[in-house]
Design a binder for this molecule. Structure first.
Ligand code: BGC
Length: 402
């Protein structure tokens, strides 16, 4: 079988977020949102995958699948349940988690905000409020001082543009605002500020640890390419979504000055016209209804390469109950990453979304992105064939050519 090899030291792993896997996370805005009926399926994020108690078993499985890296988030609402009050027992929990990863030879990429915020923070305006960057920063500082020596890479914020869009424009995420453009831009401005400040603080406390963030690159195309209105709309919407990291010269400078790497989360794209956003009907779709086009991965990587920073694929995955599709997707998408590297893009790692089927935010458990299945009744884990395939790719540091 012919294979395509990756550079030595390439990181292979999975990406997760605390609220989606841990269970028992009752002090954050997503829990409140769930109590108010914000989850379409009526599902609950407790116990999710009970990863809070089963992280050792979960990391053992990932080690068996030759993962040499793992992306996880540290839950702010656990570590700082009230403003300025840090819960040492929770800090120790995450020390155990990070130590376990280290002992299993997995580089820990730690996200410091992945969509959830503590209730005390949310109730005084969340990321729209003045002073929000400083409030988050004291959590960042505490985590870095306590746990920094166990961290391989910092990821300050997960997908600011998606977070702000879903929470303030579509209303699918808490606080459930719709069409609040001013609110969305306040959130983005505060998050930019927060990232810049966190970068400096993290570099001061843990100078050896690379710091970056993840950008969700959702591609937008004109629905009718011959129609100038659609073309302008698609271009304007894309640069709005891409404000972070490269949509404006100011933001570009922020990334140049305050990121050691760029993290790419890429899933899909849509067609834009005056009346609606739609999916390209000629492409296969995932269970989420998202168009699947592996070649877009290479396109995104080549675009981000222009920022002149190393790039990590910090999320890529497909929601499907047909695991053969996931295996095919994996081979195709990883093949595209290899192509990008062959064409000079400095890609250093691929973190698949996600290890286990988990709590997919507003969609509950209806969307399955995992390489490992989880029986929600018994919490039994079953590695899927796609998980075995990922293990073979990671072990060989190479992707098979079909
Ligand atoms: C988020 C994940 C989410 C995934 C699939 C990304 O935008 O970072 O938390 O589960 O997309 O929807």
């Amino acid at each position: 079988m012919r294979t395509r090899h990756f550079p030595e030291g390439f990181l292979w792993g999975c990406a997760t977020a605390a609220h989606q896997v841990e269970g028992g996370n009752h002090n954050c805005d997503w829990w409140e949102w769930e109590q108010r009926g914000g989850i379409r399926t009526g599902d609950s994020a407790d116990p999710a995958c009970d990863h809070y108690n089963r992280f050792r078993e979960d990391f053992r499985l990932l080690q068996q699948l030759h993962n040499n890296a793992h992306r996880l988030s540290i839950e702010w609402s656990r570590v700082e349940p009230a403003e300025g009050e840090f819960d040492q027992a929770q800090v120790e929990h995450y020390r155990d988690v990070l130590t376990e990863l280290r002992q299993r030879g997995m580089v820990a990429m730690v996200t410091l905000h992945h969509f959830t915020s503590p209730l005390w923070f949310t109730h005084r305006g969340g990321w729209t409020a003045a002073g929000s960057p400083e409030a988050w920063l004291s959590f960042v500082r505490h985590v870095a001082q306590e746990l920094g020596e166990l961290v391989g890479m910092w990821c300050t914020l997960n997908e600011p543009s998606i977070y702000a869009y879903q929470g303030w424009i579509t209303g699918d995420f808490p606080p459930g605002r719709r069409g609040d453009v001013a609110g969305m831009y306040r959130v983005l401005a505060n998050m930019h500020d927060a990232h810049e400040k966190a970068y400096r603080e993290l570099k001061r406390i843990t100078p050896q640890v690379p710091v970056g963030l993840t950008h969700n690159k959702w591609l937008l195309f004109p629905a009718k390419p011959w129609n100038p209105v659609d073309r302008v709309l698609a271009a304007v919407s894309q640069s709005g979504l891409d404000r972070w990291p490269a949509g404006s010269p100011r933001m570009r400078r922020v990334v140049e000055a305050t990121s050691d790497y760029v993290g790419l989360n890429h899933y899909s794209g849509s067609l834009v016209s005056v009346t609606r956003h739609s999916q390209p009907g000629w492409l296969p779709q995932s269970d989420f209804g998202w168009a699947i086009q592996p070649e877009w991965m290479r396109h995104c990587l080549e675009e981000l390469a222009e920022l002149g920073k190393p790039v990590y694929v910090t999320e890529s995955g497909i929601a499907t109950r047909d695991d053969r599709r996931r295996s095919q997707f994996l081979k195709d998408v990883v093949g595209q990453v290899w192509q990008a590297i062959e064409h000079g893009v400095d890609v250093r790692g691929y973190l698949h979304w996600t290890s286990m089927d988990n709590f997919e935010w507003a969609q509950g458990y209806s969307m399955q992105f995992g390489l490992i299945g989880v029986d929600l009744e018994t919490q039994e884990r079953t590695v899927k064939p796609s998980g075995e395939l990922f293990g073979q790719i990671a072990e060989a540091n190479a992707v098979p050519v079909d």
